[in-house]
Ligand binder design. Structure first.
Ligand code: PFF
Length: 445
């Protein structure tokens, strides 16, 4: 059997995993969810969930991957078998679903990069920008072309391999992402009137908090940290036994959270400075922000940088989603990386078509009262990821606990002092809390 490929360096792994975590979830979703859910209150609940359940599941996934040296399905099959690989199958299904609509939104960001260069976004009136956005996403052809371009880029990185593709792309793109983010934050927080946005994000208003807020924060945490579908199992499977895996999990969680908070600090002050509504929803980045940019000196330039930032963030995340599926076909089905990447890429492109069309000509077609796009988002982020996280915790806590403890200590032979706290979280707290929040959020309890 061929030896499994390993990451070239610790930094390479951390950047690739952070690249997976940092994505549209942080820059596009987080600020508008915070805007809709009372700002600071949402932030506090989010942080509490990320550093308890999120961090624990992150470590659990990485450990599973490294122990098994296998993809999301194969890892469960190798470590225990029985019905457990079903968790991996749900993860692979979630990967197909998430990437199909993720790539549609990522395509919008590429189109908006082009629009900022051509000057099409230099409009100060949000209503007009709203019609521009609405007109664009409901067009039956144009968004699909950008969706295709984005899938081609994603497939290209994945078929180039773990080291030569994923790790190399992350090492170039992630530093670029951090640099862009810093430039844009400095621009945003130095706008006159920006303090209102900062205060909004940092001072909690608990009157807006309901169980839906908490369950939104939980699904946002799973989505943002790339948990629950085996992305971190897959990336962990390329880790060498010498690595300090707990510290890597900590770094990835921290970086992802920092970027979410920083995106809030980038977007909300600018929105407040120009007197727009922070609870504008998913349109916040595509409608309100261009209006903000249009009112600034060199606005088109900053708009271009912003949509470039979004596109880069989306690409490194999309790569990890595709890798979940490709790793399975390469490990367990004996298919070459190249054929697997291209075939799966084409299938996911096709699955994205109804999502994109549901925002336009297929708009009247609903299932459970939701359009196709919203349904895909709901099923994956609200159900599959948290449920996946629940079973991953149970598996690590109850089925392979002894081996997992050994794996954590591999790099220096010392079992860390916090191991039992982690044990209590994966055995009891995470499964119970996830189940409770899910049921509350769905209105079952
Ligand atoms: N974490 C990515 C984001 O925040 O945009 C999205 C994502 C990537 C979700 C990988 C799930 C996943 F496995």
């Amino acid at each position: 059997m061929m030896k499994r490929e390993h990451w070239g360096s610790r930094l390479g792994f951390i950047l690739a995993a952070a690249g997976s975590a940092v994505g549209l979830g942080n820059i596009w979703k987080f600020p508008y969810m915070a805007g809709e859910n009372g700002g600071g209150a949402f932030l506090l609940i989010y942080l509490a969930l990320v550093f308890t359940i999120g961090l624990s599941v992150m470590l659990a996934e990485m450990v599973l991957g490294r122990m098994a040296e296998k993809n999301a399905i194969g890892a469960f099959a190798k470590l225990k078998g029985g019905a457990w690989p079903l968790i991996g199958f749900c993860g692979v299904a979630a990967a197909f679903i998430i990437l199909s609509f993720y790539s549609v939104v990522a395509g919008w960001t590429i189109s908006y990069m082009v629009k900022s260069v051509t000057g099409a976004l230099a409009i100060e009136d949000p209503d007009q920008l709203g019609s521009l956005f609405g007109g664009f996403i409901s067009d039956p052809v144009s968004p699909l072309i950008y969706h295709a371009i984005f899938m081609v880029l994603t497939v290209f990185v994945v078929l180039s391999g773990v080291g030569a593709g994923i790790e190399r792309a992350s090492k170039i793109l992630m530093p670029a992402l951090f640099a862009l983010l810093l430039v844009l934050i400095v621009r945003s927080v130095t706008l006159p009137g920006a303090e209102a946005g900062i205060t909004f994000l940092l001072s909690p208003d608990f009157s807006k908090v309901t169980w839906t807020t908490v369950s939104d924060a939980l699904s946002q945490a799973f989505f943002s940290l790339s948990l629950g579908m085996g992305a971190m199992i897959t990336y962990g499977s390329y880790l060498s036994k010498k690595e300090n895996i707990a510290s890597s999990a900590g770094w990835v969680t921290l970086l992802d959270t920092m970027v979410a908070v920083m995106s809030g600090l980038l977007i909300l002050p600018a929105v407040f400075a120009f007197g727009f509504d922070p609870s504008a929803g998913p349109g916040l980045t595509f409608i309100t922000l261009p209006a903000v940019f249009a009112q600034m000196p060199f606005g088109s330039f900053f708009a271009f940088l912003f949509f470039l930032l979004l596109a880069i963030a989306a690409l490194t995340s999309a790569v990890s989603i595709l890798e979940v599926v490709v790793a399975y076909f390469v490990d367990d089905r004996g298919i070459s990386r190249k054929s697997a990447s291209i075939t799966v890429g084409v299938i996911i492109f096709l699955m994205g078509i109804p999502s994109s069309l549901s925002l336009g000509i297929m708009g009247d077609f609903t299932i459970f009262g939701m359009g196709f796009f919203d349904l895909m988002d709901f099923v994956s982020s609200k159900l599959l990821l948290p449920i996946g996280g629940l079973f991953i915790s149970l598996f690590v806590g109850w089925v392979v606990w002894g081996k997992a403890k050994e794996d954590i200590a591999l790099h220096n032979g010392i079992v860390p002092f916090w191991i039992n706290a982690w044990g209590i979280i994966v055995k009891f707290i995470a499964p119970v809390a996830i189940a409770f929040i899910l049921l509350k959020g769905l209105g079952v309890l």
